[in-house]
Design a protein around this ligand. Structure first.
Ligand code: KIV
Ligand code: ZN
Length: 524
């Protein structure tokens, strides 16, 4: 591997870099596992957003992760693409190999620095950790210039020891020093002071970019990240929709819009193309099957909805009375009503492109036929309907289970009953079952036909468009052998949407288990 020239001029420019870790820390959120194609689709959207760095995975952790990093590295041009690595040589070698084809490759090395992690997790003393930092960063530096170094659990580490570790990482060649609040324990004033202390006291502090990485356990991830920026951090690590381990990571859209909206206070911004934020949020939500909560700042359905009469009156008279941001700056379509049954294929494809959909990945003839069928059922078709159709289509890659016919019956006098036709490895199977309700009967029938035994951990349904003929969206979490995946389905019939979501989850489970070398989801 060649040593890539450092972008010193760029590093000196004063703006806040956005390091997106949706594909690594975000993917650690329960049920948010993505396959390689999905990771590439998200990475392309991150490039449209103009993020500075994409952390594409943890290459050494599995073949699937390695492949994800490798494919993302090939798919994007402008952002730095990184893989995470512990200080072990094997981790670093795998990470270097995975980012080899990136136009701007990087590596992110980490080791814990808090006494509690040293004693109970690493079982190493401070000197041993310091020696591991020297070895790892020096080794990586021989192959690659762009090295980020993270002190895991930095916010609970002894500040003087932290200073020593940061100095050593800088001395060995790290370009970016990350100070994670791994457990979401910090509060803004304290986290901000930690950055001020390190920037003032670490030898070489002015040669590197200081980075904030926060978890949201106390709901303070965005506030902590902003406090770090206020005290000199020039990179924020975050995820789309704030997904991540436990309560999540710093939400990209919140931090970006806070810096943009309050530039008067922070005096600094990011380079994010904020008009791509909404498309990114919707894409991720569709891919991982996790709906965005309606009250989520910036991207939730209610983020710009004014309900109180007094607010509506004010907004109608002058928008800025109650709106501090413009929905169009986030890329929220001002007119969600789009196409109808008379719309042509060209208009349909154009609209998909406007919504940030990568049409080259789609079977356009098939999706267009589905769109026409939907137009026959619904009078008006909204952007969300289109996104739902398209996401359905992207899921047809490598499916083992395909839903055919579904028949359900229920009345106040009889037990709900469902009969499904399911293709399993191209063999058509039919099964019937009774249940507590139509959805329960339907799920039991699908399990019978597929020959699977899984646990349904979560089920939710919501209307994603308007009217009684609206598309219903079902999200579920399905688990087997300790692996949990999300499934999603959308249809104007709720039971059908439920069946699609369940079958989608079974297919994802199958892919995930195959990637991990585990037994198939269902018997033959
Ligand atoms: O939260 C954390 O400490 C991390 C590191 C690996 C950077 O995710
Ligand atoms: Zn983290």
């Amino acid at each position: 591997m060649t040593v890539v020239g450092s972008k010193i001029e760029k590093a000196q420019e004063d703006y806040v870099r956005i390091f997106d870790t949706t594909l690594r820390d975000g993917e650690q959120s329960p049920g948010a596992t993505m396959n390689v194609e999905e990771k590439v689709a998200i990475a392309r959207q991150l490039e449209l957003l103009n993020v500075d760095v994409i952390e594409a995975g943890f290459a050494v952790s599995s073949e699937g992760d390695f492949e994800g990093v490798r494919r993302v590295a090939e798919a994007v041009t402008n952002p730095v693409v990184l893989s995470l690595a512990r200080t072990h040589q094997l981790d670093i070698e795998r990470a270097l190999k995975a980012v080899e084809k990136a136009s701007r490759p990087g590596i992110h090395i980490f080791i814990a620095t808090s006494d509690i992690h040293l004693k109970y997790k690493l079982q190493m003393n401070r000197e041993e950790v310091l020696a591991a930092v020297t070895r790892a960063v020096s080794f990586a530096k021989k192959h690659l210039d762009y090295i980020e170094f993270s002190c895991e659990d930095a916010s609970r580490s002894d500040w003087n020891y932290l200073k020593t570790v940061c100095e050593e990482a800088i001395r060995c060649g790290a370009k970016v020093i990350n100070i994670p609040d791994t457990t979401g324990h910090a509060v803004p004033d304290e986290y901000g002071r930690l950055f001020a202390f390190l920037r003032q006291n670490v030898a070489g502090a002015d040669k590197v970019i200081w980075s904030a990485h926060c978890h949201n356990d106390l709901g303070l991830a965005v506030a902590n990240s902003l406090a770090a920026v206020h005290n000199g951090a020039r990179q924020v690590e975050c995820t789309i929709n704030g997904i991540g381990e436990r309560a999540g990571n710093t939400s990209m859209e919140e931090v970006v819009m806070a810096l943009k909206t309050r530039k008067d206070f922070f005096g600094i911004e990011t380079r994010i193309n904020t008009r791509q934020i909404y498309a990114a949020s919707r894409l991720l939500s569709q891919v991982i099957g996790q709906p965005v909560p309606p009250n989520k700042p910036i991207v939730g359905d209610n983020a710009f909805a004014h309900e109180a009469g007094i607010h509506q009156d004010g907004v109608l008279k002058y928008k800025l009375t109650y709106e501090i941001m413009k929905p169009e700056d986030i890329g929220i379509p001002s007119n969600k009503l789009v196409l109808g049954k008379h719309s042509g294929r060209h208009a349909f494809v154009e609209r998909l492109k406007q919504l940030g959909v990568d049409c080259s990945r789609l079977d356009i003839n098939k999706v267009f036929a589905e769109f026409k069928a939907l137009c026959d059922k619904k009078k008006v078709v909204y952007d969300d309907d289109l996104l739902a159709l398209v996401t359905e289509d992207t899921r047809h890659l490598g499916e083992r289970f395909v839903l055919g016919e579904l028949e359900v019956s229920s009345s106040t006098k009889s037990t709900p009953q469902a009969t499904v036709t399911l293709k399993v490895d191209n063999e058509e199977r039919v099964a019937s079952a009774q249940g507590d309700g139509m959805v329960d009967a339907c799920y039991k029938a699908i399990c019978k036909a597929a020959g699977v035994n899984v646990t349904l951990n979560r089920y939710s349904v919501k209307s994603i468009t308007r009217g009684t003929d609206a598309l219903g969206e079902v999200n579920c979490l399905v688990a087997q052998d300790g692996i949990t995946v999300a499934g999603q389905g959308a249809h104007s019939d709720i039971v059908m949407a439920s069946a699609l979501a369940f079958v989608n989850a079974l297919n994802r489970l199958e892919l995930r288990k195959r990637a991990l070398g585990q037994r198939p989801v269902g018997g033959p």
